[in-house]
Write a protein that binds this ligand. Structure first.
Ligand code: FES
Length: 111
């Protein structure tokens, strides 16, 4: 069974059956890869296969739309479109925490 290392998630390692979908494994095992659509449309699940690119299946048309040729060259994939034939190590950019919803609290003058 392929071992998947989720580098960005403190290097967590899980095993998954041959030909598993990377995003599904991440969801099932709490790997932590971000996602929204699960269908190759949003690009949220963009991740970098740092090791084991030879153990992933061919790049899909949807990935060619959402990733630049340069990114594909570097080993970026969409997790929801990637199936695993062997061990891989994957990293991704973490979404900024807090983001736009940060509250601005104005100090009130005490009476
Ligand atoms: S989750 Fe939207 S493209 Fe993969």
């Amino acid at each position: 069974m392929p071992d998947i290392t989720f580098i960005t998630n403190d290097g967590k390692v899980v095993s998954a059956p041959q030909d598993s979908n990377l995003l599904r494994v991440s969801l099932r095992e709490k790997g932590g890869i971000p996602f929204k659509c699960g269908g190759g449309l949003c690009g949220t699940c963009k991740c970098l296969i740092e090791e084991g690119r030879e153990n992933t299946d061919a790049v899909k048309k949807k990935e060619e739309k959402l990733l630049s040729a340069e990114e594909l060259e570097q080993g970026y994939r969409l997790a929801c479109q990637t199936f695993l034939k062997g061990d891989v190590k994957v990293s991704w950019e973490e979404a900024p925490k807090g983001g736009t919803s940060a509250r601005q609290v104005q100090p009130k003058a005490e009476a």
